[in-house]
Ligand binder design. Structure first.
Ligand SMILES: NC(=O)C1=CN([C@@H]2O[C@H](COP(=O)(O)OP(=O)(O)OC[C@H]3O[C@@H](n4cnc5c(N)ncnc54)[C@H](O)[C@@H]3O)[C@@H](O)[C@H]2O)C=CC1
Ligand SMILES: CC(C)CC(=O)C(=O)O
Length: 346
């Protein structure tokens, strides 16, 4: 299989190198041919090609089997006119990667949770406050005058319906429960529409329970009773925030895998940002990107996905082979090597 690796900014190149090494060892050990091609995006391509998202990358994505995207420092990018495009948002919109799928589960001895968590957040990925109508035209924000800024929160029946279907189909492979997280008590029209579509899809899945929880309560319930959740379906920004909360509760932002999935294209992407505060030190936890790569392999129906996931779990189980963010001492590359050893051993 052909994979495209886009390292990104900040800790991106460090965790991408660890992920690449792990995939190469996985390919060798499992006898699965994986060819990895790397291209620059972010500040690296801005310096070389004048844009953080070169057209050649956009053209290549549909030609490969899957893409692995490192985190990007888009908050520091120059304006669009000067080549600053947020690759993360642009790819999601351009390729209709409508479902951002973020599993999160507690592991013994990690995180501050006192109850088990094993859930998946399925986040609508192309609309809400982050809808990017056209990657060259800007997001759904504008300023009628210099003292007023407006953000459009776009919700469509089509967007809500397709992400809801992804969530219900996923729940069927798990514990048959979907929680729709919303703020329809205030955002009556937009979240009202979201809920209307979720309920319609729920009717197609009578074996899956639907519950509805308001987002502020959901944030609290993730801490109080995380075990009540199986699959959460929600709009873009709510899912963005809740998935970081869930990951951190389980130990670190550096732990959660994530894919951006459309009907035909999948982009694996770490849950976290470019972590500029620790970039260049070789200490970032590469687990999130490695598990995202495992999710991509699973999306591609590769049996190597389960091997990779088991290897990561094996390494995380042992306090001596953890990275610093979760109380260990290993650096990024060393953690990657520990995963490689586990792949060979398992
Ligand atoms: N998908 C993406 O590419 C995203 C990009 N960003 C961008 O990233 C930049 C930094 O954003 P922040 O708000 O600082 O969020 P961040 O997620 O980069 O970092 C938040 C905190 O978590 C820590 N952290 C994150 N990933 C880690 C890892 N793998 N191992 C150990 N510790 C880790 C960081 O050191 C920092 O203390 C900004 O330019 C932002 O726009 C933010 C979120 C997502
Ligand atoms: C394009 C942004 C919505 C990226 C982000 O914050 C995320 O993926 O969590």
């Amino acid at each position: 299989m052909n994979l495209l690796l886009l390292p990104g900014d900040g800790v991106g190149p460090e965790i991408a190198a660890a992920t690449r090494r792990v995939l190469e060892v996985l390919a060798e050990t499992c006898g699965v041919p994986i060819a990895i091609e790397e291209r620059a995006i972010g500040f690296a391509s801005l310096a070389e090609e004048g844009t953080t998202l070169p057209d050649a990358v956009l053209e290549r994505i549909p030609q490969v089997d899957g893409t692995i995207l490192g985190p990007v420092s888009h908050f520091d990018y120059p304006p669009r006119e000067a080549g600053g495009i947020n690759p993360s948002a642009a790819l999601r919109t351009h390729f209709a990667l409508y479902a951002n799928i973020r599993p999160c589960r507690s592991r013994a001895g990690l995180g501050i949770l006192r109850k088990p968590m094993d859930l998946v957040i399925v986040r609508e990925n192309t609309e809400g406050f982050y809808s990017d109508r056209n990657m060259h035209a800007g997001s759904g924000e504008f300023m009628p005058d210099e003292d007023m800024a407006l953000s459009i929160r776009k919700i469509t029946a089509k967007g809500a319906s397709r992400v809801a279907r992804a969530a219900f189909a996923l729940a069927r492979t798990r514990r048959n429960k979907v929680t729709a997280v919303h703020k329809a008590n205030v955002l009556t029209l937009s979240d009202g529409l979201f809920l209307r579509e979720v309920r319609k899809v729920a009717a197609e899945f009578p074996d899956v329970e639907l519950e509805e929880v308001i987002v502020d309560a959901a944030a609290a319930l993730l801490i109080r009773s995380p075990d009540r959740f199986d699959v959460i379906v929600t709009t873009n920004m709510f899912g963005d925030i809740l998935s970081d909360e869930a990951s951190e509760l389980c130990g670190s932002l550096g732990l959660g895998g994530s894919i951006n999935a459309g009907d035909d294209i999948c982009v694996a992407q770490a849950q976290h940002g470019s972590a500029p505060d620790i970039a260049g030190q070789g200490i970032a936890n590469p687990t999130s990107l490695i598990l995202s790569a495992a999710m991509l392999l699973d999306w591609l129906s590769s049996p190597a996905a389960a091997v990779l996931e088991a290897a990561v779990e094996d390494v995380l189980d042992t306090p001596a082979t953890r990275t610093r963010d979760i109380g260990g001492t290993l650096g990024t590359a060393e953690f990657g090597e520990a995963v490689c050893s586990a792949i060979r051993r398992l």
